[in-house]
Design a protein around this ligand. Sequence first.
Ligand SMILES: C[S@@+](CC[C@H](N)C(=O)[O-])C[C@H]1O[C@@H](n2cnc3c(N)ncnc32)[C@H](O)[C@@H]1O
Length: 348
Amino acid sequence: MNLADIEGTTPFAVCRLLSDLARLVPAGQSIVEIGVYKGRTLAHLADGARKGHGALVYGVDVFDLPVPPPGRHRVSDIHAREALRSTGLEDRVTIVKASSADAAAAFDGPPVGLLFLDGGHTREAVLADLRSWMRRFARIATVIFDDYDKPGVREAVFDAGLDVEVTEDGRIAITVIDTERNRIMTDNILVLRGRRKSELRKAFRAVQRDQGPGTIVAFTGAGVLPFVDATIRGLLETNSITEPMYDGQGRALVRILGEGEDSRTAEPVDLSGDDVDALVDPDFEPPEPEQPAVTGDRNPPPQAGPGSGVGAWRDYAAAVTGESSEVWAEKSRTQIIEELSARNVPVE
Ligand SMILES: C[S@@+](CC[C@H](N)C(=O)[O-])C[C@H]1O[C@@H](n2cnc3c(N)ncnc32)[C@H](O)[C@@H]1O
């Protein structure tokens, strides 16, 4: 079988473009395709990689959908495997039979230098693909969107704030993403409000627990309500968030940091070119905070003035957590307050 014999939905002119772009991907990076179908585009990507620098190629498709979309027959992975085998490309390609999101979560290949999106074509599906795979990107990654002439794909590219080059026929859009610039690539900014510092901090910790690193959070009232700024300062001190970026409407945007990241060096959220209002998730409700692991019924010492010394806080921490006072002996008052707060122990 030749490449030109492989069945598929993508015209061969596009396949040649894919092959040319795959040629440029450095060795030590991956090329990932979402939406393999019968393997036509995947084989062209693999052929390009072979002629270029030998980047590894991964093709992701759910295949064998339990309920095939109307008008589409089931397509098993056998067709794509056979196409790769008979064109001599099978050793260069890993076929991953999984949803795009699951494959991205489990992906353990080299950083992705080229992502070809031809799976789901709704706005939500394309944004979800971007969100899932951007975590796997090499520092510079090229993303190719098929079917840019369909509204869902165009909306997703627009919403993600990406500048794209579009082929003459309008079908293919290409963008190069510099991941260190860390643009907002989400339609999911979570807005946090609270009436007090402890409330706000609890809401943040619950989001951190449930949504994890990388989530973008907007604190309302920043620069206006002192307890909001104090909360942000506390979270910076504990390396929980990036430096805030202010949107000029009283919101401070931060990204939740992962383990080992440092607030002082992590790239802040980049607001340039993004419409923050359009990205805010209107349905988001802060999750329920965890139940405090508290024993005893003591009141917290004051945070300033008489009785606010570190000794009082160490005693309080030991009493309410039931842990030995040695656990708390090395910690400063700020650290104790922060830690208790993270466990939802009252601190004011
Ligand atoms: C348009 S076809 C791909 C055509 C192929 N690129 C070609 O031209 O040779 C779309 C494929 O995407 C797959 N797909 C759709 N949504 C997906 C998802 N979320 N994860 C993985 N595969 C998906 C479908 O099973 C289908 O085979």
